[in-house]
Ligand binder design. Sequence first.
Ligand code: SF4
Length: 380
Amino acid sequence: MNNLHDEIDAIRQRLGKKLLILGHHYQREEIVAHTDMQGDSFQLSAAAAQNTDCETIIFCGVHFMAETADILANSPENLAKRGGRRVDVVLPDIDAGCSMAEMATRQDVEYCRNSLTTLFDDDKIIPVTYVNSTAELKAFCGQHGGFACTSTNAQAVLREALQLGTSQPGTPQQESLQKQKKSQKPCVLFFPDQHLGQNTAIKMGISESQISLWNSNEPDFGGNTPEQIKNSRIILWNGYCCVHQKFVPGHIDEIRKAFPKIRVIVHPECRRDVVEKADESGSTAFILKQITESPAGSQWAVGTESRFVERLARQNPDKTIVNLAFQPSYCETMGLIELPKLAAMLMSVESGLKRNLIRVDDHIAPDALRCLRRMLQACS
Ligand code: SF4
């Protein structure tokens, strides 16, 4: 292993500023040790897009993250700054996908939206995609006046989305139609993560009767009545993250019994009953901040990916930090990236081969970029 570490260090030194290695918080420790930046998916992509020197980004994360990095790093403005030169984004393991992102396909979401247009005016259905989704779905949102969101900014984006849906003046008939349209409130179609959507909507005070779950395997309005759908302010896709959905309220009871003074903090991709039973909930960045800034001696049970929790425990030896569940919850696809694969990727980049190149098609990248920019505008 030492040889591999030395090999990686040597190649990184030879490539210098031409290479940027990004590491998601859920990566293995030996991978994180060789990254230039660590963070969550959007934070990493946005930071990488600002870098004007690098020619290649090795994204130690999953497929959708590399797509977002490609979209942002190769935006028209960034291409112009570099005189038209593209930045190549590569994944050390091409099979590193995200099961949640794969739970919503463009075809299924398009079918859902088409069904909704029989109950809502076209401009009242606002698609919002969690960044943990394919570039195709981001492009879909870009084409239909929608937004992306992260677990940090989901509330701000939903608030903005629910205020949309203004109509244009036209002929008297059109205007009479517009009056009817105005009485209809916008409805958000949120995908792919039902839990982030539901937890955010509940925090915003949206009532349960105004939240519907769209089961893409069910015919006829995803298993809902037309009335239920018409009353909805938010329609949730039935996707979930298998890592976060493993946590159940019983884990909180057990950990509180074992550590009576412990504070429970969970990610909003966890189920609603877990989020409501926890002391705090928030994005990976929020969890990192809360724990890092807590006083020595604090005790935390953390409901999120276990490699990240284990790293937090190592970085905060003066605090007690444990996984919320006694059984660790690792993201398997993040774990596909192992040291030999990173070393092989570096050798490939150095030799100019660029294996596992992630390049978003030119016909969807502009719409996907529009969707990401609307998210940033909604939060500014
Ligand atoms: S932790 Fe969940 S959402 Fe994140 S990459 Fe893994 S499966 Fe996807």
